[in-house]
Design a protein around this ligand. Structure first.
Ligand code: 6CS
Length: 351
C-alpha cells in the first residue's frame, strides 16, 4: 500500500486563509491601531509549523501558546497549525512573508535560497561537536543579530533559533564511507546549500517537500534521506529504510520567524511578551528535542526495524575533509557577511 504522509493539503482551508488575510478575532494592523485597550482583546496569533503533531516544533508551539496566554493573562490566543494543515515549508514561509500568518518555523534547509546567510546551518562539520556549545551559540544575541538584516530583506523578523538535534542519514545500506555515497539519490531539503553538502560527498541530491519523502522512498524514487532521529520515527521512514547512520556531520537548526510588518506594528507590551516568551522557551526547547530524539531512537532500536550505525572519528574525518569546499560555495552566495558568520562559529566558544 502506498502511504502518503500529509501529501494532500486541505487546499480550501489554505485558500480561505490567504483570501481572508485576517480572521474575525484577529484585527488587521489598521484595525489594531484603531482598536485600543480592552476591546482589542482577545487577539489571535497564527503560528504555522513545518512538522506534524508530537514533533519538536509542535511541543515548542504548544509551550509557546501556554506561555504567552499566561503572561498576557489570556489577551493573546495562539492558533497552532501543524504540518499538513497549510502547506509545505516553502509555502509556510510565503504565508509568513505575506502576512497571512503571523509566526512560523522556517528551516534554513528550505530558507537558504531566500536568506543565503541561513545556509550556514547546512554546512557540515561547522557547528561545535559539543551540542551544549551549539545550544549556547544559538542563544547568543550577537550571533543572532548577524542574521537580522538578511531575514528582514526576505520580509521576516527572526525571533530565534531552535536546535532539533543531530541530522542522521537513512538508506537501505550503511553510509560509512564516501564510496557508499557515490550516486546515492538522497533527499535533502529544498535549498541549493542543503543539496551542495551532499553533492560534495558524491551523492545525487533530490529536493522534495517533507510530505513527499515517505512515498518517494517507498517507490524507490530516492535511495535515502537526512533528518534528525525524532523525525525519522514520526514520519515512519524506518518502515521503508533499513539503516540509520549517525555521522554527526550537522545539526538541524530551525528558525522561528514573524511577518516583519506585523512584528513592527505590535504594541510594545505585546512585543515584550513575545520576546520574553521566546527567551524563556529556549531551555525547554533544548530539553524537549533531547528527550524526543533519545526516546524515539530507543523505540526504533527496540522494534529492531532499522539498523543503527555510529561512525567513528576516522570515518567522520573523511566526510569532514570532503565537506570543506562547500564553505567556498557558501561564501560565493554570502560574501563578506558569510565570512563574518564562518569566523564567528569557528571561534566559538569565545574565550
Ligand atoms: O526535512 C524536512 O523538510 C523537515 N525536517 C524537519 C525535522 N523539520 C522541518 C523540515 O521541513
Amino acid at each position: 500500500m502506498i502511504k502518503i504522509h500529509h501529501g494532500l493539503w486541505p487546499a480550501l482551508a489554505m485558500l480561505a486563509l490567504l483570501l481572508s488575510g485576517c480572521s474575525e478575532d484577529t484585527p488587521s494592523s489598521d484595525q489594531s491601531k484603531a482598536q485600543t485597550g480592552a476591546d482589542k482583546y482577545p487577539t489571535t496569533w497564527r503560528f504555522a509549523l513545518e512538522e506534524i503533531e508530537g514533533s519538536v516544533q509542535h511541543l515548542y508551539a504548544e509551550a509557546f501558546r501556554e506561555h504567552i496566554e499566561k503572561v498576557s493573562e489570556g489577551r493573546i490566543v495562539v492558533d497552532v497549525f501543524p504540518y499538513g494543515s497549510l502547506g509545505t515549508s516553502t509555502q509556510l514561509t510565503e504565508l509568513a512573508r505575506n502576512g497571512s500568518i503571523n509566526l512560523a518555523f522556517a528551516s534554513p534547509g528550505h530558507l537558504a535560497d531566500n536568506v543565503p546567510e541561513a545556509g550556514l546551518f547546512n554546512l557540515h562539520f561547522l557547528l561545535p561537536d559539543n551540542p551544549e556549545e551549539t545550544r549556547d551559540l544559538l542563544q547568543d544575541p550577537a550571533f543572532i543579530s548577524h542574521f537580522q538584516q538578511p531575514y528582514r530583506e526576505a520580509g521576516l523578523q527572526l525571533l530565534g533559533f531552535v536546535s532539533e538535534g543531530w541530522m542522521t542519514w537513512t538508506a537501505n545500506q550503511p553510509l560509512r564511507s564516501l564510496d557508499q555515497f557515490q550516486g546515492l539519490r538522497i533527499r535533502t531539503m529544498t535549498s541549493t546549500m542543503a543539496a551542495e553538502s551532499y553533492r560534495a560527498y558524491g551523492a545525487e541530491p533530490v529536493q522534495t517537500p517533507f510530505s513527499q519523502v515517505y512515498s518517494d522512498l517507498q517507490l524507490r524514487k530516492i535511495d535515502g534521506q537526512t533528518n534528525p532521529v525524532f523525525a525519522v520515527e514520526e514520519m515512519d521512514f524506518n518502515e521503508v529504510q533499513s539503516t540509520l547512520t549517525m555521522g554527526r556531520a550537522s545539526q538541524f537548526v530551525a528558525s522561528v520567524v514573524a511577518n516583519d510588518d506585523w512584528y513592527d506594528e505590535l504594541p510594545e507590551q505585546e512585543r515584550t511578551w513575545l520576546n520574553q516568551t521566546i527567551r524563556d522557551l529556549a531551555e525547554h526547547a533544548w530539553k524537549s528535542q533531547e528527550r524526543l530524539n533519545q526516546q524515539r531512537l530507543e523505540r526504533m532500536v527496540e522494534k529492531a526495524d532499522i539498523q543503527v550505525i555510529r561512525l567513528n572519528d576516522e570515518e567522520r574525518e573523511r566526510f569532514r575533509q570532503a565537506s570543506l569546499p562547500v564553505r567556498e560555495r557558501f561564501l560565493e552566495m554570502t560574501g563578506a557577511q558569510g565570512q563574518v558568520l564562518l569566523d564567528y562559529v569557528e571561534n566559538w566558544p569565545q574565550p
